[in-house]
Design a protein around this ligand. Structure first.
Ligand SMILES: [Zn+2]
Length: 181
């Protein structure tokens, strides 16, 4: 039975690790998995691997938009699972594509940020979370010791949107609303 499964939460909460654990599980069980990530995410490489913040990497197909995902899926008809990292960056009706994939027996597993650092819903994530059958809302630790629910830009962050710990940190809501903490 095909499902839509979402690993979400702030940065550094283990979303990609959760996704890659699923990929390992299905491949170990002999189920072909198509692994995709957004082509603009070039933090660790030229777009040919999905890499966790702790450095674990798997080869993947880069995609620019939902049309690329649909073409990759058509070109890999054996794949019973499509796993997508950094799904929040995809524009177009990617949530609608996931619903369509589920309807023809393809499971969709994604990892992505639920909210921007401003606190707003990140792109398609609202629709995707509504359509999901399984949601893992992951947490990490805030520097104050409480659970971190939200990503924010560091006060001294360099310009640019895509980034790692040099630009972003995950904090609890108390620290989020106390600027300079
Ligand atoms: Zn805190």
């Amino acid at each position: 039975m095909a499902t839509i499964e979402v690993f979400t939460g702030p940065m550094f909460s283990g979303k990609t690790t959760g996704l890659l654990d699923r990929v390992h599980y299905f491949r170990g069980a002999g189920v072909p998995v198509l692994l995709v990530k957004h082509a603009s995410d070039m933090r660790y490489d030229a777009g040919s691997t999905v890499t966790t913040h702790s450095g674990i990497a798997l080869a993947c197909h880069p995609a620019h938009d939902v049309t690329d995902i649909a073409i990759l899926t058509q070109n890999n008809p054996d794949a019973k699972v499509v796993a997508i990292d950094e799904v929040q960056f995809f524009e177009g009706d990617t949530a609608g594509w996931a619903v369509l994939a589920r309807s023809v027996g393809i499971s969709v597993i994604v990892a992505g940020l639920d909210r921007e650092s401003s606190g707003k819903t990140f792109g398609l994530m609202g629709e995707l979370l509504a359509q999901a059958d399984v949601v893992h809302k992951l947490k990490t630790g805030c520097k104050c010791g409480l659970l971190a629910h939200q990503t924010r830009r560091r006060p001294d962050a360099p310009e640019g949107m895509v980034g790692g710990s040099e630009r972003y940190e995950s904090v609890c809501w108390g620290c989020y609303y106390r600027t300079g903490v």
